[in-house]
Design a protein around this ligand. Structure first.
Ligand code: NAP
Length: 277
């Protein structure tokens, strides 16, 4: 049986790549799009690369009332994604939010809504499985290497710094890293910002250049050794495996899960599951 999906943000870079992925997945079916500029048109009217005969709505309530769907996938901007997701959950449609930058209050509201309506929801600010593993490995390494700095590099159209992934990495590292003062106690900057941003004594350096997509290095320093954990998203296809995983996983959820790391299962567990079938 196909999983019927509604995508918000079909003209965006992520939305367009997601529609390509949905087209190529035998069990996925695109059934509608939410797009503020093309209400009443069909996707084939506005897209040469995705000439699909699916309806476009600009209003989420109208869309979720009219179209039978299993999943709503949001790839827009935080304020809009939050509004769309609220409406989807109220209409009992499982929701996957790839849009990054939702506030804690918005996440808390959606958590309550998903729980009250017993509808699955996954918020995944980073769908790149490699990036999620990088954060988990960094959390593990920080127990042994409390001296750590982060360099994150993104395309020059990104407006916020540091990236959400860098902030999340610091959060995860802080769960295991013994609190300490690192670097020289008397260090000072001769050029302001030279030592980067700082959370709990962990420096974060943000690079913004054309040609980059999304890259991060977590560098640990110890006695006579360094350890670098590095991840590169080379294009938007890097996000599609995690997106597929989230879509499959949300089908059996009745609550909200924040972060792809909370749905990645150990391979051993997966193998046991396969053996059990
Ligand atoms: P993009 O190319 O700028 O696309 C954004 C989409 O949102 C466009 O379709 C845009 O339509 C729509 N939009 C913007 N403002 C809107 C509004 N006020 N009302 C309705 N629609 C609006 O951005 P992108 O690179 O595809 O990224 C989309 C989202 O995914 C961002 O939040 C980004 O941070 C996030 N992202 C997540 C991951 C992940 O792994 N989870 C990876 C990359 C990016 P208009 O043309 O009408 O403005």
């Amino acid at each position: 049986m196909s999983i019927r999906i509604i995508v918000a943000g079909p003209r965006g870079r992520m939305g367009s790549t997601a529609i390509e992925m949905i087209k190529n997945e035998p069990n996925f079916q695109l059934v509608a799009c939410l797009d503020r500029k093309n209400n009443g048109k069909r996707l084939k009217d506005i897209s040469d690369i995705h000439p699909l005969d699916v309806p476009i709505f600009d209003h989420p309530d109208e869309c979720f009332k009219t179209v039978q769907a299993d999943i709503f996938l949001d790839l827009t901007i935080p304020e809009v994604g939050y509004r769309h997701a609220k409406s989807a959950l109220q209409h009992h449609i499982r929701t996957v939010i790839g849009t990054s930058g939702l506030t804690n209050d918005q996440i808390n509201d959606l958590t309550k809504l998903a729980r009250n309506h017993r509808v699955g929801c996954i918020i995944a600010p980073n769908f790149a499985i490699g990036a999620v593993l990088m954060m988990q490995f960094a959390k593990f390494a920080a127990q042994y290497f409390p001296n750590v700095e982060i360099i994150e590099k993104h395309h020059d159209q990104k407006v916020d710094a540091p990236s959400g992934t860098a902030l999340k990495t610091v959060d995860m590292i802080r769960e295991t890293r013994e609190k300490m003062q690192q670097g020289h106690p008397d260090e000072y900057e001769t050029v302001s910002g030279a030592r980067g941003g700082n959370i709990d004594g962990i420096p974060i350096h943000s690079v913004r250049l054309p040609g980059l997509v999304a890259h991060q290095q977590v560098i640990f320093g110890g006695n006579g050794q360094t350890l670098t954990i590095s991840h590169d998203s080379l294009n938007r296809h890097s996000f599609m495996d995690g997106m597929k995983l989230a879509i499959h996983h949300v089908m059996s959820l009745r609550e909200l899960i924040y972060g792809l790391e909370n749905i990645l299962e150990p391979i051993e567990h997966n193998q046991n599951k396969k053996r059990a079938h």
